[in-house]
Structure formats: structure tokens, C-alpha cells
Design a protein around this ligand. Structure first.
Ligand code: C2E
Ligand code: MG
Ligand code: MG
Length: 616
């Protein structure tokens, strides 16, 4: 029935009916539709329309039809009039409804909470003022409801997006973004779980630590993007050969681990299975990896730790990982592209390393370090230089030789503090010694051994130059000893650093020549004018089984051609001294002349111009 009277009871009934039509549905469109249909019917309208402003659109187009019953006839024809009417409310020009005549029809526009308007169209008749007012609270309620529903909708969709983002985030936190393998964090968790399972159910598992050999060379020579592709392909190969239940993780740059789950009730069975898997890993990586025009050969070094183990350091994930890592280092030492199981002997070695590292950490502050200097003599036995060498005496461990702790310091980063201490102390002494030198002295420098990790620091040149600049001796009085492996890792960067040092008048020499790659192709590229032939050649000098003398001769000829001076280290015998004197080497260093000595002893020798036992 359409309302035509303005009797109060009728109006209240109309209001109630419409309010009921607003309903509680949270589906906005459904709710609006019910209301509008009821209004259309009860008021005998020609049409009814709901418009909403979309502020992302230009002004006149910003009025968007939300719902029309029937259809949207009015929209196309009279949009501008309606827009103007609704603008009236939007600009808060007063009132909450407006009437206009369009053609024969009366159009009644209600403010829809300033976000749009509700348009009621009556054909060839007018809206009664009482009915117009009766509708105001109903339409306000409808607008509130619309707002509420829209807000709810927005919140729901935001929550959905947040949930999705949360899920992506959670997934990313577990995965390595490059290879999509589970990452180090996941690995820790999984390994702990596997170890406790193995303990609880009395079976064995194994952790396999896979490190790619010389991966750094790929990155350095072909660039990181090729390196990344290579890692992805390696990850894929490793994944394809994993058994169900075994998991592959990427835990560092070129480091992958496998957890082999439940591989036997007896340790021997577990070892056998782990051996088979390790062999498979080596085989699967043996096929070259083709990336564009490159065919890359990559090999792994694998360390395996079976768990639970019977070593006394506890079966936690930290220890098992360290065991596998130690075994992997052994595999590297054994020539790479092979695997090694962690064993009791390595266990002792690993523990010893830990103890040394622990004490070394406090060595500087406990004042346990000192420096000694080993003279280098010329053919006449005159001291022309000295090499500084570190010494460490610890109350508990006694005297520890550099060969035992320099590597540990290197691997644990302690070398940086140590090197700083060494450089500072050598420079301090060099300053004192220089002041005491006779102006006719042949003594021309003190050398400092530079460790690889120290050299690769970005600020190496800057920090060492600063210490040497502060030294009261001229910069040329200090020489730095680099070994081949320091320089070859990234030859271009090394050359740049050496050139920068050179500009500051800081020179260097190549130490232990002959023990590394000793490749002639790099020797001529490096700005080197002085090298030390490694003592292993001199020790082996009279061995009948190899061609040491021939090799030493070759080195001497080659360096002469290149204009490089040679020092021989490890000269212990008169015959050796004689041989090198005849060869006209630049300098000789060894127990035959002098053992490393404290600074005051060197000062005394140099200032007294003592001449060593002169070679014949
Ligand atoms: P290196 O730089 O090649 O030093 C020469 C080593 O040969 C010294 O051992 C020296 O004592 C030893 N030596 C010299 N003449 C003879 C000889 O006639 N016979 C024998 N058997 N040995 C001789 P040291 O002092 O034990 O140092 C060993 C290595 O430890 C050094 O080799 C060097 O690589 C490293 N090192 C020593 N001091 C330092 C340091 O202050 N900083 C760094 N980074 N490394 C150091
Ligand atoms: Mg040296
Ligand atoms: Mg040396």
C-alpha cells in the first residue's frame, strides 16, 4: 500500500516499516536494496537511487551511482542536476533534504551523511512535507549503517591483506631468498629436533656440512650474478637427490647442510649411509654447470658428524654443527672434493683450538705477548734488516708458537686486534732503533707480517698507514710481508692496495715464495721488488729425491730477469750460506746467522755493527 496521508499514526508506521527494512545485514548492497525496494513500494515512487561520491575522480564525475531501482534511468539524463543538489549538502549549506522538479516529476534528494545522496523520484506528483520529514531519521540511520558496513568491509580486507603479509613474512623468515631452501634459523631448530628424536628412539642421524671449493673465485672473476645462479643450481641438484625425510638447508654464502634423518640403529650403518650420500653429492656436483657461455666446474668439501655422538661436549646442535664444520675443514686440507667424518682425534684438535682461542682473547690485556726480531744479513754478514715475529707465553698453556695460534686468530677475527697491537709495537721500536742508527749503517728496515684477514679489511691501507705515519722512523723503514694467498684472492684489489701503500712510501715483500701457487703469470703483475724464498726449499736443499736446487736456481734466474731481489729464509748451515752468497742473493735469514731475539739484543747488535759469521 502506498502512503498518501499525513496522519501521525500512518507516518509512524511508515517510519517503523522502513527502519525495519534497514535491518542488520552487513552486506551493504543487500541491505540498501531491501530498504530502497520497501521505500519505493510504500511511497509509490517512480524510482529511487543511491549515489556516493568517489573522491578519486574529477569533480563532476565523482558522483557514482551505487544502486538504482528500477535500473538507472535517472542517472544518465539528470546527473548534473542531482550532482548540484547533493553538492548543496556536501558544502553544508543547510537542511538535509531538497526538492527539484525534473520534467514532470518531483525529485527529492536526501543528504546521505555527506558521502552521497539518496534520490527519490515521484511521477507527476509532489512529496508531502510531512512524509519528507518522516524519512529524515530513517535515511540518517541507513547512512550510518552504510558507513558502518563499509568500514567493516575495509577493515576485513585490510586484515586479510595483513594476514597474507604476515604469512609471507613468516615464510620468508624461514627461507633463504636466493635458493628458497630453509635457512640457518630453520636448520638450528630442525637439527635440535632430529638430535632429540635420535636420542629418544635410539637411532642415528648425520649432519653433512657441504662447502663449495673456490666459490669465491667464481664471484670474483665472473661476478655475483653468475655466482648467484651457480648457488641456485647447486641447491637444485642437492635437493633433487635428497631422500624423503632428509632436508637440505643453506646456512651461509656457499655453505649447505643436509640433515640425514634416522639412518640406522647402529652407528656403523649410519656411517655407511652417510658415506653413500656424500659420494652421491660429490657425483651430482661433478657434472659441469652451464650458465650462459660458461661451463663451471664446482666441487664440494664435505664434513660429516654422526649423532648422537659420545664426545663429552654434549649433543646439542651447536656442537654437532661444529664437529661437521671441523671435519669439513679436514676435507679441505685433504685436497677438497672429498668427505671426512668427524673423529676423536679431530675432537681433541677442535677442543684445543677452542682453548687456545679462549686464552688468546685475553692475551693482549693480560700482557702475554711480546715481539722478537730476526736479523737478515747480506753476503758480508752485515745486518741489513730484521723481521718482527710475535711470541706468546700463557701461564696455563706455556709457550705457544705462532704456527699454532696465528691461524686460530685468523679464523676467529682476533687477528685484527692482534695485528693492530703488533704494528703499533713494531713501529714504536722501529722509531727508537732508527734514532740510534749510525748514518753509515746498512740497516734499512724492519718487516711486519701481514695476515690475510688484516689485508682484506676495507680500511687496511688507511689504518696501517696511520700507525706507520705516526712512527718516528721514515715510512720506508717499515716493510710489510705479504704471502701469496693474501694477494691472489683478489689480485686487482691487492694491486690497488699495494699501489696506495707505495704512494705513502710503505713497501712490501712477498713472503714464503714457492709455497702457494707461485704462478709466474701473477708475479709480474704485482708491484713487488723483494721476495723471500720459503725455508722449506732450503731445508730440503740436499735431499736427493727432489729437484730443490734446480727449483731454487730457477727462482733466482727468474727474479733476476724481473728485477726482483731475493732473500732466503731458513739458512741453517754453512753450505747453504755459501751457496746463496755465491748466487748473490740480496739477503739471508736463518738460525745459521741469528735466531729471533728481543728488541734490545737487536739494538745492541745493530748499533755495534756486529758482523755475523761471514759465509766463505
Ligand atoms: P714467517 O713469516 O715465514 O717467519 C719465518 C719463520 O721461520 C719464523 O717462525 C722464524 O722463527 C722461522 N725461522 C727463521 N729462520 C729459521 C731457520 O733457520 N730454521 C727454522 N726451522 N726456522 C726458521 P715463527 O716465528 O715461528 O713464525 C712462524 C710464522 O708465523 C711466520 O712465518 C708467520 O707466518 C707467522 N707469524 C709470526 N709472527 C707473526 C706476526 O707478528 N704476525 C703475523 N700475521 N704472522 C706472524
Ligand atoms: Mg714473514
Ligand atoms: Mg716466511
Amino acid at each position: 500500500m502506498a502512503y498518501s496521508h499525513t496522519n501521525t499514526l500512518e507516518l509512524l508506521t511508515l517510519q517503523n516499516q522502513l527502519l525495519l527494512a534497514v535491518g542488520g545485514s552487513q552486506n551493504t548492497r543487500e541491505c540498501m536494496h531491501t530498504f530502497m525496494q520497501t521505500t519505493l513500494k510504500l511511497l509509490g515512487l517512480k524510482s529511487i537511487h543511491l549515489y556516493i561520491f568517489d573522491h578519486s575522480l574529477p569533480d563532476q564525475e565523482s558522483l557514482v551511482l551505487y544502486l538504482s531501482i528500477p535500473d538507472n534511468k535517472l542517472e544518465r539524463e539528470h546527473k548534473l542536476t542531482i550532482y548540484k543538489m547533493l553538492l548543496h549538502f556536501k558544502n553544508e549549506e543547510g537542511g538535509n533534504h531538497l526538492t527539484e522538479k525534473i520534467d514532470d516529476n518531483e525529485v527529492l534528494a536526501y543528504d546521505f551523511n555527506s558521502i552521497g545522496g539518496l534520490i527519490l523520484e515521484k511521477q507527476r506528483s509532489k512529496f508531502q512535507p510531512a512524509i519528507k520529514d518522516t524519512l529524515v531519521p530513517v535515511i540518517q540511520k541507513l547512512a550510518d549503517h552504510y558507513r558502518f558496513c563499509e568500514l567493516q568491509k575495509r577493515l576485513n580486507s585490510e586484515a586479510k591483506i595483513n594476514k597474507k603479509a604476515q604469512r609471507t613474512y613468516e615464510l620468508q623468515a624461514k627461507r633463504d631468498p636466493l635458493t628458497n631452501l630453509p635457512n640457518r634459523r630453520e636448520f638450528r631448530y630442525a637439527l635440535s629436533k632430529e638430535i632429540s628424536n635420535a636420542q629418544r628412539y635410539d637411532h642415528f642421524g648425520a649432519l653433512m656440512y657441504i662447502d663449495l671449493d673456490n666459490f669465491k673465485n667464481v664471484n670474483d672473476s665472473l661476478g655475483h650474478s653468475i655466482g648467484d645462479i651457480l648457488l641456485t643450481q647447486v641447491a637444485q641438484r642437492l635437493m633433487t637427490q635428497a631422500r624423503i625425510g632428509d632436508t637440505v638447508f643453506r646456512i651461509g654464502g656457499d655453505e649447505f647442510v643436509y640433515i640425514l634423518s634416522n639412518i640406522g640403529d647402529k652407528e656403523t650403518d649410519a656411517i655407511k649411509t652417510a658415506q653413500t650420500v656424500a659420494t652421491r653429492v660429490i657425483d651430482i656436483l661433478a657434472k659441469p654447470i652451464e650458465i650462459g657461455e660458461f661451463s663451471l666446474h664446482i666441487t664440494p668439501s664435505i664434513g660429516i658428524a654422526v649423532f648422537p655422538d659420545s664426545f663429552d661436549d654434549g649433543n646439542d646442535s651447536e656442537n654437532i654443527l661444529r664437529h661437521a664444520d671441523t671435519a669439513m675443514y679436514r676435507a679441505k686440507k685433504n685436497g677438497r672434493n672429498c668427505f671426512e667424518f668427524f673423529n676423536p682425534e679431530m675432537h681433541i684438535e677442535a677442543n684445543k683450538r677452542l682453548i687456545i682461542e679462549d686464552h688468546l682473547r685475553k692475551a693482549i690485556s693480560n700482557d702475554e705477548l711480546h715481539l722478537v726480531y730476526q736479523p737478515i744479513v747480506n753476503a758480508n754478514g752485515e745486518i741489513i734488516a730484521a723481521e718482527s715475529l710475535i711470541r706468546w707465553d700463557n701461564k696455563m698453556l706455556g709457550h705457544i708458537v705462532p704456527d699454532e695460534f696465528i691461524n686460530i686468530a685468523e679464523e676467529s677475527n682476533l687477528i685484527l686486534d692482534l695485528s693492530h697491537w703488533i704494528t703499533q709495537h713494531v713501529c714504536e721500536y722501529a722509531g727508537q732503533l732508527y734514532q740510534q742508527l749510525d748514518k753509515y749503517s746498512n740497516f734499512s728496515y724492519i718487516s711486519i707480517n701481514i695476515s690475510p684477514r688484516q689485508f682484506i679489511q676495507i680500511d687496511f691501507v688507511e689504518s696501517i698507514t696511520k700507525i706507520i705515519n705516526d712512527c718516528s722512523a721514515p715510512n720506508s723503514f717499515i716493510k710489510l710481508e705479504f704471502t701469496e694467498n693474501v694477494l691472489l684472492d683478489n689480485i686487482d684489489a691487492s694491486i690497488e692496495k699495494m699501489e696506495q701503500l707505495h704512494v705513502n712510501n710503505i713497501n712490501f715483500l712477498l713472503d714464503d715464495f714457492g709455497t702457494g701457487y707461485s704462478s709466474l703469470s701473477y708475479l709480474h703483475r704485482l708491484p713487488i721488488w723483494l721476495l723471500k724464498i720459503d725455508k722449506s726449499f732450503i731445508t730440503d736443499f740436499y735431499s736427493k729425491h727432489n729437484n730443490t736446487q734446480a727449483i731454487v736456481n730457477a727462482i733466482l734466474v727468474m727474479t733476476e730477469e724481473l728485477g726482483i731481489n731475493c732473500i732466503v729464509e731458513g739458512v741453517e748451515l754453512q753450505e747453504q750460506a755459501n751457496f746463496f752468497k755465491q748466487k748473490g742473493v740480496h739477503g739471508m735469514q736463518g738460525f745459521f746467522f741469528y735466531k729471533p731475539m728481543p728488541s734490545h739484543a737487536l739494538t745492541e747488535l745493530v748499533s755495534k755493527k756486529v758482523i755475523a759469521i761471514e759465509p766463505a
